[in-house]
Design a protein around this ligand. Structure first.
Ligand code: SF4
Length: 439
């Protein structure tokens, strides 16, 4: 039987989908990228926003309509956060929460035998352990994502994730080492560590994210990149340690959400704008060539025009390389959903537009500042637009003309001198092929 996998949402979901693919492959199921050929579809859902839910439900219905005999498995955060709703979706034959993926092969076989709807969504307990879903390769990618942390204890007032993911828990260092060894053996040059709240890695045993990054480096990763980090967990000790790790990529994705202290307070975020600014200053002390990327939300309940302008001014001052802009989405069960002063959608749209324009301008500014620099670029693909495409350590997308180098540079590391930039990437030429680290 052929399985089709589709992932909504974050890098953690991407890792878990790769883990579920491995589980089914080990049971003799084959996978396909073409849903029209598939007998089974595994939809790994996200529920961060209401529009995300609609996209998940839309896909489930579409797949079943196109192929009524297809077995639809709905898993992920939507299923875990809203199990009753998920159980009522008639097109979903099997519903699995974020805690029970290991049961996927068994549930699938049971469904194939009995053809009766199965729901397996167990609630999180305080002492739950980290669920290890091994994935030894990201065949399509040069970079490999590795989920090493799950859950969150923060309860920001707008966020549904703690209800969909349980409390903080971390992958054991021994499992981390083994996972990195197999990813490096598979030829992945860059490992991207990710988690629901990555900066809380190891908190159960008094460990730290720095410990994890050191292990990844010791196991042979050429480059190491970090997923999203909660700003208040950035310490001098962490920064000093990261600065000593060869191949560490200084791209810091620090979720800001708002630049207004009064909004941050209502969001239950654990820093003020001034503290966030100080964190960026300290990061720049250790990584002068770093890049900051961030998430900012508009239209949080009660957000006034003045508070929004504070956010715009703060973002401008911080100089982000990339801003991911989101509109506040009312999530049932969260504290903010009950708050007064819900902002009109038209106002959210207008503020998103302004913030996106600012973000685009700042990205262009950041890319312009790269011109003249020579940076190590890990090439990842040829997209058929006449360029080899890769990433610099700070996350900048770098393109060099294919005509200069006929052979594929996929998974190769070269020094590139940046010669020009546009709104979304930089262009350059190989500085000195002898400095290449052929992998
Ligand atoms: S830190 Fe806040 S926004 Fe991030 S997952 Fe936890 S509750 Fe959600």
């Amino acid at each position: 039987m052929l399985c089709y996998f589709y992932t909504f949402g974050c890098k953690v979901n991407t890792c878990e989908t790769a883990g579920m693919e491995k589980l089914l492959r080990e049971e003799g199921f084959e996978t396909t990228n073409d849903p029209s050929k598939a007998d089974i579809a595994v939809i790994n859902s996200c529920t961060v926003t209401a529009s995300g839910d609609s996209r998940v439900l839309g896909m489930v219905k579409r797949l079943k309509t196109n192929n009524p005999s297809m077995i639809i498995i709905l898993t992920g955060c939507y299923a875990q956060a809203f199990p009753e709703k998920a159980a009522k979706i008639k097109e979903a034959d099997i519903v699995i929460g974020t805690k029970d993926r290991k049961n996927l092969p068994g549930l699938l076989k049971e469904y194939i035998n009995r053809r009766e709807k199965l729901c397996c969504v167990s609630q999180y307990e305080k002492e739950d352990a980290f669920e290890l879903l091994k994935c030894d390769s990201f065949s399509k990618n040069t970079r490999a994502f590795l989920k090493i942390q799950d859950g969150c204890n923060c309860f920001c007032t707008y966020c549904i994730i703690p209800y969909a993911r349980g409390r903080c828990r971390s992958m054991a260092l021994s499992d981390l080492r083994e996972s990195v060894r197999s990813l490096v053996k598979e030829g992945h040059s860059e490992i991207v560590l990710c988690g629901i709240n990555l900066a809380f890695y190891g908190m159960e045993w008094g460990g730290s994210l720095l410990e994890a990054v050191k292990c990844v480096s010791e196991e042979g990763a050429v480059r190491i990149r970090l997923g999203s980090l909660e700003p208040e967990r950035i310490t001098d000790e962490l920064l000093e340690g990261l600065a000593k790790i060869p191949g560490f990529c200084p791209q810091f994705h620090l979720s800001l959400q708002s630049g207004s202290d009064t909004v941050l307070k209502r969001m239950n975020r654990r820093y003020t704008a001034a503290e966030y600014e100080d964190i960026c200053r300290r990061v720049r002390k250790y990584f002068p060539d770093c890049a900051f990327t961030t998430d900012i939300m508009t239209g949080f309940p009660g957000e006034t025009e003045k508070e929004f302008e504070e956010t715009m001014a703060f973002a401008k001052k911080t100089g982000f390389a990339v801003i991911h802009v989101f509109r506040y989405s009312r999530r049932p069960g969260t504290a903010a959903a009950k708050m007064e002063g819900q902002v009109q959608e038209s106002v959210k749209t207008e503020r998103m537009k302004k913030l996106r324009e600012l973000g685009e301008h700042m990205q262009e500014e950041h890319l312009r500042k790269q011109v003249g620099r020579t940076v190590p670029v890990l090439f990842e693909r040829e997209k058929g637009d006449g360029f080899h495409i890769g990433h610099a350590p700070d996350g900048t997308v770098v393109k060099i003309p294919e005509k200069n180098t006929k052979k594929s540079l996929r998974n190769s590391l070269f020094y590139v001198t940046i010669e020009e930039s546009d709104a979304v990437c930089c262009f350059g030429s190989i500085a000195d092929s002898s400095s290449a680290n052929q992998t």
